[in-house]
Every structure is written in structure tokens, then in C-alpha cells.
Design a protein around this ligand. Structure first.
Ligand code: FAD
Length: 495
């Protein structure tokens, strides 16, 4: 697809500005004109707006609900806040081991929810301030894409406004997928949206779906005191994760009393009393207070009205884009969860910035989705980047693998969390030692904060020799990554 030919285009007076394809747009005299109109104020959309504004572009951002999108209001931030509360409960419950006797923890979810909301409000205010500071014009309402890069805004506080732009960026995100037979009522059957707002803990919970979000919920609810069963239709949990990682998590969850059933599809539920009975597998049933449906998210193009715009969606509703986020319609990009790329906030950020660089004609490198970082905030945590052992073999690499367990790490013993490991997958060299690092997989305490080094190693195509030469501070958990790389050089220190 053609990039904008002249880098200075965005500075030109609007009337003279060449449009992609050389066409001068006829606009109504009441339309407001921008270099870029972004539809959707979640991570993908606001990253594009902030980054574009910092490059001097005149940008409008249209948001129908709250700035920050799923991530800030019903995703990453509230989920991690509740997981942090769960971690506090766990630590208080285990305090006696450290000689600190505080009695059993008592949970008041209304206080937790208020804390969660304060964090969300602060971040939302901060985001609005950033957008204002960069002179991004925010429209409150539903953005509808008209042909030829025109956008109508309506139904919100901004009233009905027509906008025109040289480029439009679609960032309308995603919503929870629903499951036939499990209509969300917010009381017994919940999606992630409702679960994140609970102020009472269910005594028993069934989580349908053993993916990242389902397992985070299972981990959080179990720590808070609910009896949790995860029902997964596939034959394994955590698709995309290294098999050793999934095995470790299954074992750790079992130790904590969480039941995981794989290969069992749910068929329906029958409410009664204060809960419901879930039917699954081969005629099995399970009584529960709450069912959390966590089977993924679908792209949300519903309100954009893409018909007749030239933007093409696939059979599942994802907007089809090229490697820079450009759709089939000239001058229209799409970023974030609405496209079929990993549904992660940081991927939205990266895609938003990529679209801006591309439309400025900067010839950026496309994102390599095989090596992006993944973090899952269960207990123990999971973090990885690059090839798993299985995917490396499938891709035809001749590999060597090292695994080091946290049970031998001093800092992990000190904090009292020794479940987990670091696994490094590297190309095999002719002498049998490791060469280029292909993947780094971590399970254990604080690994979401430790992945940085592994992510960089994979993306810089570092070799195990190069990584092993770095000194890891002692005592830290990051020593385990250093040890894992060192072991692949053919010599090791601690194990
Ligand atoms: P969204 O965040 O969904 O934002 C889209 C925005 O567009 C919304 O605000 C919506 O109101 C608006 N919109 C839609 N249509 C229109 C329209 N026509 N006009 C105007 N506005 C419109 N990701 C991580 O990276 N780390 C995590 O730890 C993590 N945890 C998660 C936990 C949960 C429970 C969930 C549900 C998700 C989590 N995610 C996490 C995923 C992350 O939230 C999403 O990948 C991210 O929010 C996607 O960003 P987006 O900008 O594409 O879309």
C-alpha cells in the first residue's frame, strides 16, 4: 500500500494538502478537519493519538465511553489490582512463617473495589491530561466511518459532528465472547466485565476457559477464598505457552486447591437456589455460586458501520490489515484488538505507534508477533517471549534447552515463593552448546517484572555467550536467567 509520499504533508494548510492518491477531498463547510481521526480511546487508539500528536500531527480522538478503553476500565488495570489484593491476602495468611502473627485475613471487597476505582480514576485523569497537553481534540460519542476518510460522531456529549481527515485509525477494540446457554446476567453468569466489579465473594466459582484471563481469575478467586473449578474444552490450558510452563501451573494450582478439568465442553446450566448447576463433559454436573465465562474476546466493529467503506473484515469479524496496520481502504488503518493480532494492551501501543510512523512515510519495521512479550499474573506468575520448545522444534530448529528452578534461588527462598522455573531455548551449535536464544519462558515469583532481559535477548537475537557475560546482581531472582544462559555455554556455576 502506498505511504504518504511527502513527509511534510501534515504541516501544510489543510485546503492545499494532498490526500493519499492525490485526491482533494470535497468536504462540507461544517466539517472539522484533522490530519488524523482515531476512533476508539483504548491503548491502541490513545497510543496512536499521543504518538502522532508528539510528531506534530493535528489529531481528533473519538471515544463513546471512557478514555482508556478495556485495559483501563475492565481489563489489565482492574484485574491486576484485584490480583494484588489476592496476593496481600496470601501474604497475610502466610505471615506466621516469618514470625509475624496477624491472625487470619478478613476481606472487605467494597474497600478493594474503592481502591481499584481510585487507581482507575487517577490513570484516566492522567490520560485525559496527556491528550489535552498534546492538543488532541477528544470527541465524546460514537464514531462512524463514512467513505473517503470521513467520520461522523453522534450520540454523546459532543453532539453530531462530521470530521474529515487525511488518515483514519480504527481502534474500536473488543468485547467478551459469549457462550450459548450461558447468558450473562451479572449475578450468576458473569463475563470479565461483571466479575471485576464484584463486592461479594462467591463461595464456589466455575471458570469456563483455561486461557490467560480465565486462569488469572481462577488464581485471584482462590486466593480470596472461593473454591474454584476451571473447565476447559481443549485438551490443555494456556494455548501458546510452553508445555513445561502449562504443566507447572497445573501442578501449582492443584496444590492450592484449584481444580482444572481439560477436554470438557460445557453444555448448559440450570439455576436454582442461590446458584446454578453447570453441565459439562460426558454428563457431569457441578453446583456453583457463580459462573465466569472467559472464552476470549471478539473484535468490536459493530458501531463503526464499515459497509461500503472499503475496509474488509475476516469471517470472525477482525479487520484485515497489512503488516503496517493499513486496511484495504486507502488512508484507513486499524490497530489493537480489532485486528487479528495478540490481544494485549502493549501490542495496541506498538501498533498505534507503527501506524503513525508508517503514515508519516518513515518506513518502520513491522512487528514480529512471534517474539512479543506475554505476561500472565497468576500465582505463580508466567512470562515469556519467543519460541517455546515445541514451536522451535516444529519450526525446524535444532535446539538446546536449559531449565533452572526457583527452589535453588536465594531470593526466592527469602520471599517464600520457590515454585517455578526459567527455561531458555537456544539454537544448537556444532559443538552442542547453545547459540542464538530463540525463547525465554518463566514461571514463578515476580517473573512479569523479570522478563525484560529475556525479551531483549530474544529480540536482539543475542547468543547464550553474550547473555552469560552479563553480571546479574545478587541476591535477585534474575540470577536464574543468567544461570540458564550460562548453562547453555557448556559450563555452569550453581546448577
Ligand atoms: P479497547 O481497549 O477495547 O478500546 C477500544 C475503545 O474503543 C473502547 O473504549 C470503546 O468504548 C471504543 N469504541 C468502540 N467502538 C467505538 C466507536 N464506534 N466510536 C467510539 N468509540 C468506540 N492486556 C495486557 O497487555 N496485559 C494484561 O494484563 C491484560 N489483562 C487483561 C485482563 C482482562 C480481564 C481483559 C478483559 C483484558 C486484558 N488485557 C490485557 C487485554 C487488553 O485490555 C486489550 O488488549 C486492550 O485493551 C486492547 O486495546 P484496544 O485499544 O485495541 O481496544
Amino acid at each position: 500500500m502506498a505511504a504518504v509520499p511527502n513527509r511534510g504533508w501534515c504541516r501544510w494548510p489543510t485546503a492545499d494538502r494532498p490526500r493519499p492518491g492525490g485526491k482533494i477531498l470535497e468536504v462540507s463547510s461544517t466539517a472539522e478537519n484533522y490530519d488524523i481521526v482515531v476512533i476508539g480511546g483504548g491503548p491502541g487508539g490513545y497510543a496512536a493519538a499521543l504518538y502522532g500528536a508528539s510528531a506534530g500531527l493535528n489529531i481528533a480522538l473519538v471515544e463513546k465511553a471512557k478514555l482508556g478503553g478495556t485495559c483501563l476500565h475492565v481489563g489489565c488495570i482492574p484485574a491486576k489490582e484485584l490480583l494484588e489484593t489476592a496476593s496481600v491476602v496470601r501474604h497475610v495468611a502466610g505471615a506466621k512463617e516469618f514470625g509475624v502473627d496477624v491472625g487470619p485475613p478478613a476481606l472487605d471487597l467494597t474497600v478493594t473495589q474503592a481502591r481499584k476505582q481510585r487507581i482507575i480514576d487517577n490513570l484516566t485523569k492522567g490520560l485525559a491530561g496527556l491528550l489535552k497537553g498534546r492538543k488532541v481534540t477528544v470527541y465524546d460519542g460514537v464514531g462512524i466511518l463514512r467513505g473517503d476518510r470521513q467520520v461522523n460522531v453522534s450520540g454523546g456529549e459532543s453532539g453530531s459532528v462530521d470530521l474529515t481527515a487525511d488518515q483514519v485509525i480504527l481502534a474500536a477494540g473488543s468485547v467478551p465472547r459469549t457462550l450459548p446457554g450461558f447468558d450473562v446476567d451479572g449475578r450468576i453468569v458473569m463475563s470479565s466485565d461483571e466479575l471485576l466489579a464484584i463486592d461479594q465473594l462467591p463461595a464456589k466459582t466455575v471458570v469456563i476457559g483455561g486461557g490467560a484471563i480465565g486462569l488469572e481469575f481462577a488464581s485471584m478467586l482462590a486466593d480470596l477464598g472461593s473454591q474454584v473449578t476451571v473447565l476447559e474444552a481443549a485438551d490443555k490450558i494456556l494455548p501458546g505457552c510452553d508445555a513445561d510452563v502449562a504443566k507447572l501451573i497445573e501442578r501449582a494450582f492443584k496444590k492450592r486447591g484449584i481444580t482444572i478439568r481439560t477436554g470438557v465442553a460445557v453444555s448448559g446450566h440450570s439455576p436454582g437456589g442461590t446458584g446454578t448447576t453447570v453441565s459439562f463433559g460426558d454428563g457431569e454436573t457441578l453446583d456453583t455460586g457463580v459462573v465466569v465465562v472467559s472464552i476470549g474476546r471478539r473484535p468490536f466493529a459493530d458501531l463503526l458501520d464499515l459497509s461500503g467503506t472499503g475496509v474488509v473484515v475476516d469471517e470472525r469479524g477482525f479487520v484485515i490489515v497489512d503488516q503496517f496496520g493499513l486496511t484495504a481502504a486507502p488512508g484507513v488503518y486499524a490497530v489493537g484488538d480489532i485486528t487479528n493480532t495478540p490481544q494485549l494492551a502493549h501490542i495496541g501501543f506498538a501498533e498505534g505507534m507503527l501506524a503513525i510512523k508508517h503514515l508519516l512515510g518513515e518506513e518502520p519495521l513491522p512487528i514480529d508477533y512471534q517474539t512479543v512479550p506475554w505476561c500472565i499474573y497468576t500465582h505463580p506468575e508466567i512470562a515469556y517471549a519467543g519460541h517455546s520448545e515445541g514451536s522451535a522444534r516444529e519450526a525446524g530448529f535444532d535446539i538446546v534447552v536449559s531449565k533452572h528452578r526457583f527452589m535453588g534461588n536465594g531470593r526466592a527462598m527469602i520471599v517464600g515463593e520457590t515454585d517455578g522455573m526459567v527455561k531458555v531455548v537456544a539454537e544448537r551449535q556444532p559443538d552442542g552448546t547453545g547459540g542464538r536464544i530463540l525463547g525465554v519462558h518463566m514461571v514463578g515469583p515476580w517473573v512479569t517484572e523479570q522478563l525484560g532481559q529475556g525479551y531483549m535477548a530474544v529480540n536482539w537475537e543475542a547468543t547464550v555467550d553474550e547473555v552469560a557475560a552479563f553480571i546479574q546482581p545478587h541476591p535477585t531472582m534474575s540470577e536464574l536467567f543468567g544461570e540458564s544462559a550460562l548453562a547453555l555455554t557448556g559450563r555452569s556455576l550453581h546448577g
